[in-house]
Design a protein around this ligand. Sequence first.
Ligand SMILES: Nc1ncnc2c1ncn2[C@@H]1O[C@H](COP(=O)(O)OP(=O)(O)OP(=O)(O)O)[C@@H](O)[C@H]1O
Length: 252
Amino acid sequence: MEPALETRGLTIRFGGHVAVNDVSCGFAPGTLTAIVGPNGAGKTTYFNLISGQLRASAGQVLVGGQDITTLPASARTRQGLGRAFQLTNLFPQLSALENVRLAVQSRAEAGWSLFRVWNDRRDLIEKAEAVLERVRLADKRNVAPAALSHGDQRKLEVALLIAMEPKVFMFDEPTAGMSVDEVPTVLELINDIKQRGDATVLLVEHKMDVVRSLADRIVVLHNGVLVADGDPAAVIASPIVQEAYLGIEATR
Ligand SMILES: Nc1ncnc2c1ncn2[C@@H]1O[C@H](COP(=O)(O)OP(=O)(O)OP(=O)(O)O)[C@@H](O)[C@H]1O
């Protein structure tokens, strides 16, 4: 099956430092891949290269077989790459519902569907309400983002991503800074995205228990290089992960 997303020889140099070094990797539809590695391994930089926040020094990014390497971030979004929004990108004065409605609307407009039935405002709102229901924020529909709890803000970020209907969902440490009781809901939402349809999910995550519970596959970056890739149990047991995460000296 053709990968939904693929990087070929993806590389970026900052001065003399190679932060992502010749990373070739394909991500199949309907799978969730966790990208792990120690601090400074290049995980966020790899995400930035895929989503277009950074331009590669060498290599390619392909979505559905199409080369998007030279496209700006906004055009990549239209190609189906969805990265979780930071709340700073939202309209703080608007309600949660209105923010999701705008995301639904931008998706509708991107789909060449000028006359599609839910271009009508009522339909856009119904669709936005359904998304809020799905992320369990329906009761907060009239609340502004800044007034939401931290956990609810992360749910709203997921709602915006769902509203954009991307082919590829990218989450960079989605549970960072959350209280222990807020974590399961966000993990359930990500799992729900994975279960429905053929979405491709990429997840940068430090917490190994989260990775173990969600991932079909783990890719390990170390000093910008892809050093392990495969089944979660096997990768977690590998010396490189044991050493990087558990401080156990690798036995060779
Ligand atoms: N814009 C930049 N200019 C210079 N160096 C950078 C830049 N962005 C990242 N780096 C460097 O690239 C390396 C990889 O950083 P990156 O943030 O991608 O790592 P990471 O694996 O996401 O780490 P963490 O788990 O701590 O978030 C680091 O050495 C970092 O200092």
